[in-house]
Design a protein around this ligand. Structure first.
Ligand code: APR
Ligand code: PHB
Length: 390
């Protein structure tokens, strides 16, 4: 097989890049080592910046999002019972965010790709990337009983944190920067109406809590949990009880509970790999960086990486220029580090750290007091939450 861009990974990064390339007439093939249904079973964050929304428009997959997504102009943030409305629209100069689940984004992209007739290989085994230090790289994999070789001009490593692309780079050629947080998030999805029309981020001495939503009838809630916790140890009843304890009693009193559709634990991590280009292979999305979910930057960062990478391929194939390809890593990293900073800050502000000193706790509280009393601090939060420019 032969293509221009071999995309490893059919998550949001790979699918969005593939859709933009296909629409621009640039041949690409996507290879994922998981079945399609498995990919669609993953539940992740659901807040889209305007830049990500614009990219979905450009990819021609925004119709359902425009119909079913919820436009949010603000959110609530509370600290030990004191609540404050963050007016995003006011402090960002009129910008908003779109609440629309990543699973839906992935489904919309998969459908559009099928309609366009572009090739996606699901459930590929033993995916390997070769010769990306040269101008003719290739990918090999095993699929329905056959060994396949895919020759290409470029490899786009969109294969997530545990993927094969970053892992194939020689150790001396890559630097990893990482912070692992001493807790996780236990998330629950349920077909119950959201407790509030906007999101609620809450700091409580028992741990962080987040009230999010997928629609007017489907809610997504999270509570900070210990790294040794297991999903089995948390019955739905225990989850609801703990969530309510961490919220304002007035909010908790109107919480509608119900059986979970999904429940999972995710550890929190900040991670950046540098650089993001290795000859003819590029890393994009979770393959190159991870943010803790506080602030919902994961999918949005994947979208900005894809913006820069897609533009680089268009420059190369349509403009006969390698400028975009040469600039990709540094352009993407500049924005990635800013989102890393923001999600690290929001994580520090809102979580309970097991080893925090009295001084640390005073500083955390003061960070909140300053935020809610300062226009400048709220402008900064709003600017980052709605998304820094590309
Ligand atoms: N070979 C082929 N495909 C692979 C391999 C491999 N060795 N390893 C992983 N993959 C696939 C996974 O099955 C997955 O479908 O790569 C895809 C990566 O998708 P995501 O993990 O969703 O990463 P990305 O597309 O970059 O999306 C970023 O997802 O994790 C969230 O918070 C993150 O919202 C952000 C978004
Ligand atoms: C979600 O809806 O899953 C969500 C929303 C906001 C976050 C993280 C996750 O900061």
């Amino acid at each position: 097989m032969k293509t221009k861009v071999a995309i490893i990974g059919a998550g949001p990064s790979g699918l969005l890049l593939g859709q933009l390339l296909t629409r621009a007439g640039i041949d690409n093939i996507i290879i994922d080592n998981k079945p399609k249904e498995y990919i669609l079973g993953r539940i992740r964050a659901g807040v889209l910046e305007q830049g990500a929304v614009a990219m979905l428009e450009e990819a021609g997959v925004a119709e359902k999002m425009r119909r079913e997504g919820l436009v949010h102009e603000g959110f609530d943030i509370s600290f030990d019972g004191q609540s404050h409305r963050m007016n995003l629209e006011k402090y960002s100069g009129g910008k908003t965010v779109m609440v629309y689940g990543q699973t839906e984004v992935t489904r919309d992209l998969m459908e559009a790709r099928e309609k366009a007739g572009a090739i996606t290989v699901y459930a590929a085994e033993k995916v390997k990337v070769h010769d990306f230090d040269r101008s003719r790289p290739y990918v090999t994999f095993h699929h329905v009983g056959r060994d396949v070789r895919l020759d290409c001009d470029f490899i786009a490593g969109c294969d997530g944190f545990h993927g094969v692309c970053r892992a194939s780079v020689p150790k001396g050629a890559i630097t990893n920067y990482e912070r692992v947080y001493p807790f996780g998030w236990l998330g629950l999805l349920a077909d119950v109406p959201p407790v509030h029309h906007e999101l609620i981020y809450a700091h409580h001495e028992r741990g962080f809590a987040l009230c999010s939503q997928r629609s007017l009838t489907r809610s997504r809630y999270y509570i900070q949990c210990s790294l040794d916790d297991t999903v089995d140890a948390w019955s739905d009843d225990l989850f609801w009880e703990e969530l309510k304890r961490r919220l304002d009693p007035k909010i908790a009193a109107r919480m509608v509970t119900g059986p979970s559709i999904e429940k999972s634990i995710a550890p929190l991590r900040s991670f950046v790999a540098e650089p993001l280009r290795f000859g003819t292979m590029f890393l994009a999305g979770d393959a190159g960086h991870i943010v803790p979910p506080t602030g919902a930057k994961g999918l949005n960062l994947a979208a900005s990486d894809v913006r820069y990478l897609f533009d680089a391929f268009v420059d190369y194939y349509k403009g006969q220029s390698v400028k975009g390809i040469e600039a990709y890593s540094s352009r993407a990293l500049l924005r990635i580090w800013k989102a890393e900073r923001f999600s690290w800050w929001m994580t520090n502000l809102l979580h309970t750290f097991p080893d925090a000193s009295g001084f640390d706790r005073k500083m955390q509280r003061t960070d909140f007091d300053y935020l809610i009393s300062s226009d400048a601090a709220q402008r900064s939060l709003a600017e980052n939450y709605v998304g820094l420019p590309y």
